[in-house]
Ligand binder design. Sequence first.
Ligand SMILES: Cc1ncc(COP(=O)(O)O)c(C=O)c1O
Length: 345
Amino acid sequence: MTEKKELVDLDWKNLGFSYMKTDYRFISHWKEGSWDEGKLVTENTVTISEGSTALHYGQSCFEGLKAYRTKDGRIQLFRPDENAKRMEKSCERLMMPAFPVERFVDAVKQVVRANEAWVPPYESGSTLYIRPYLIGVGDNIGVKPAPEYIFSIFVMPVGPYFKGGLAPTNFVVSDYDRAAPHGTGAAKVGGNYAASLLPGKLATDRHFSDCIYLDPATHTKIEEVGSANFYAITHDDVFVTPDSPSILPSITKYSLLHLAEHYLGLKVEERDVYVDKLDEFKEAGACGTAAVISPIGGIQTKDDFHVFYSETEVGPITQKLYETLTAIQFGDKEGPEGWIFDVNV
Ligand SMILES: Cc1ncc(COP(=O)(O)O)c(C=O)c1O
């Protein structure tokens, strides 16, 4: 598909983060030991057995990545092979057959090309969100791996995940745990997100953007910011991000660790971040594919509201990290080798 398609008529600058049916999705079925060829389909519903393990036992995982429109109109992906590899790990944890990494990347390209008319224009502030998922299906009732699987990818144009985009917002520490120390925290599995709905709602009811999860064993260290990773900058310019086996290994976070060190010249550390020692930081943020970089204005703990740089202004290092990351994603700046994939190559 090389000819340029007319864009669909949308208010590109004011998109939220919500579902929108686009034209095509990719679907492949696994049966008797192998994945079929897969194909693009127009139907946005999936019919599965009532005994599907995805419905009863949470045998389901997913990914989230984006396609970006460059200044000259090309469409590119940011590190899709890393999403494929993370999905492989999620599948391993839930005893599901992974969709091979190269086929995953190829399928992402196919879906994005087929929905080219839905890829937001450069500088609209919007991107095409890509949602691959893999679920256990087929007739079954016992607690055991499913006899069949579906891998699918659908896409939709989205705007900022947190209201305000690069404007700081506030978060509240949750009493709930997101994941157990040797549980499924490091895998992108459906059950983690079902369990996050209530703590998330309690946070937004109190007008916070989302909740912050502490380490489940001691409740003293920051792990995640809703469905994004946490980072902070010390007063002497060290980029710090928490280290724990129950955090989802964020592709954005690992990208920022690299950019902070090699593009901004900061020292970087993955280590414990104690919730009662937030004074050591001058800036903090949430990072992820959907969140991009969202500055954290303040964090509400049980008995304190801690403000980092400002509740209204973006800190200079956060601003620089955001500009560097997004310039690479939108093709305005050369990134490290292997980070950018053209959907037509
Ligand atoms: C729990 C959680 N943490 C962090 C992230 C950020 O990860 P990434 O940067 O790979 O999107 C996500 C989103 O995928 C997430 O769901």
